[in-house]
Design a protein around this ligand. Structure first.
Ligand code: FAD
Length: 384
């Protein structure tokens, strides 16, 4: 059994940024970041759209808005300082129908209130100037939205943690959590620490329950499948093309995104793939059954998936795409069926649990780490 002052479970972007922040505040602290995978950043961190969000969508004054705007600025600075490939390719949010204009107005209002740099309204011809193959009746342009490989960011954060004396303990799955002699014992991982912080993404609820925290909210997994544009069709998309999102859903809708590798991905779909023993899941299904049917149709029918994207890029054809990667969103759902939109923490003896770190948590990770480090101090004081 290896012993530490603090163990962080999850070497995703949130766990690693938190370890780095804590070591900067308390040099010499013995920290281990434990992950079941053999590498860092293999969870949601390595399977997402790779977009540095600018902070348009979120309610002004909310934690999510503040952390995204601040996190994006810090993410660009970090990547530039560390030589990680990053590109401010810009994003257009496109309205196709009159009925979407009210929601586009609201996004513009929110973006301005949140201090998103350079945000401006687009007419139909201005959309085509930026994205020559895209059509819509009006749009919003965010020049500060960009792209990065968040797994590369996670690797750089892990280097910083090691440099500061922290350990990254890989290939060790935590199977149980016990309190023993004033220590938290991480069964299965052969690690014990005075305190532990869980940043375990999709496993957040299971490990929180194991540590004795409340069962509400529960992580419900949503699978997001992408398609990839064939290299010869990549010129159809210059940057990032997004729909006007449904305000009731915490997802942004199927988008067309250039990746830092040069790939262009379409997606992700958002299909519920588990959590059926949680009452909240059934309430979500009852509320969103129509969306669920559409998502299922897209999941099994590539033609339907491409048709959804061709509403924005009409030249797009089924022959332009191949299969792409998939990611699983760890979305917290309350017992009452509410899709939890913001971060949720809970505590049990000696442990702090990040129960919900949804998009744009990769963008915001460096700012979220500050918040978690404050919570660690509040929960464990000098003992941490
Ligand atoms: C399809 C999709 C698209 C997205 N697009 C974007 C985007 O464009 N921009 C953006 O900012 N955000 C995006 N997000 C959200 C973003 O990816 C996540 O919010 C972020 O990566 C969360 O990081 P994390 O460290 O909390 O979780 P994760 O990266 O999931 O890390 C959790 C870690 O915990 C480990 N773990 C779990 N259980 C155990 C255990 N029992 N023992 C040991 N280790 C364990 C896992 O191996 C994993 O490494 C997207 C997410 C998805 C799924």
């Amino acid at each position: 059994m290896e012993r530490y002052d603090l163990a962080i479970i999850g070497a995703g972007i949130v766990g690693l940024a938190t370890a780095r922040e804590l070591l900067a505040r308390r040099p010499g602290m013995r920290i281990a970041v434990v992950d079941r995978a053999g590498e860092v950043g293999t969870g949601q961190t390595g399977h997402n759209s790779g977009v540095i969000h600018a902070g348009i969508y979120y309610k002004p004054g909310s934690l999510k808005a503040r952390l995204c705007v601040e996190g994006a600025a810090r993410m660009y600075a970090f990547c530039e300082e560390r030589g990680i490939a990053v590109e401010r390719c810009g994003k257009v949010i496109v309205a196709l129908r009159e009925s979407e204009l009210g929601r586009l107005d609201e996004l513009e209002r929110r973006g301005q209130a949140n201090g998103v740099p350079g945000l401006r309204r687009l007419t139909a011809p201005q959309i085509t100037e930026l994205e020559p193959h895209c059509t819509g009746i009006a749009g919003l342009h965010s020049p500060n939205t960009g792209i990065v490989d968040f797994a590369a960011v996670a690797r750089a954060l892990a280097d910083d943690v090691r440099q500061a004396g922290g350990e990254i303990v890989l290939g060790r799955a935590v199977t149980g959590v016990a309190r023993d002699n004033g220590e938290v014992r991480l069964d299965g991982a052969e690690v014990a620490a005075r305190n532990a912080v869980f940043c375990a993404g999709g496993q957040a609820s299971r490990l929180a329950l194991a540590a004795g925290a409340s069962e509400d909210p529960r992580i419900v997994p949503f699978r997001g499948q992408y398609l990839r544009l064939r290299p010869e069709a990549r010129e159809l998309v210059r940057g990032l093309i997004y729909p006007v999102p449904d305000p009731d859903l915490p997802f942004l809708g199927v988008h067309l995104t250039k990746h830092i590798s040069g790939d262009v991905l379409l997606g992700p779909s958002a299909m519920l793939v588990g959590g059926l023993r949680w009452p909240g899941t059934w309430k979500v299904m009852r509320r969103f059954w129509k969306t669920g049917v559409q998502e299922l149709h897209m999941a099994v029918n590539r033609r339907a998936f491409v048709a959804a994207c061709a509403r924005y890029v009409p030249e797009l054809r089924v022959g332009d795409v191949t299969g792409g990667p998939a990611g699983v969103r760890a979305q917290a759902v309350g017992r009452d069926g509410a899709l939890v939109d913001d971060f949720v923490f809970s505590e049990a003896a000696g442990t702090l649990h990040v129960r919900n770190a949804p998009s744009p948590a990769a963008t915001s990770s460096l700012a979220i780490a500050d918040l978690i480090a404050d919570r660690v101090h509040d929960a464990f004081g000098a003992a941490a």
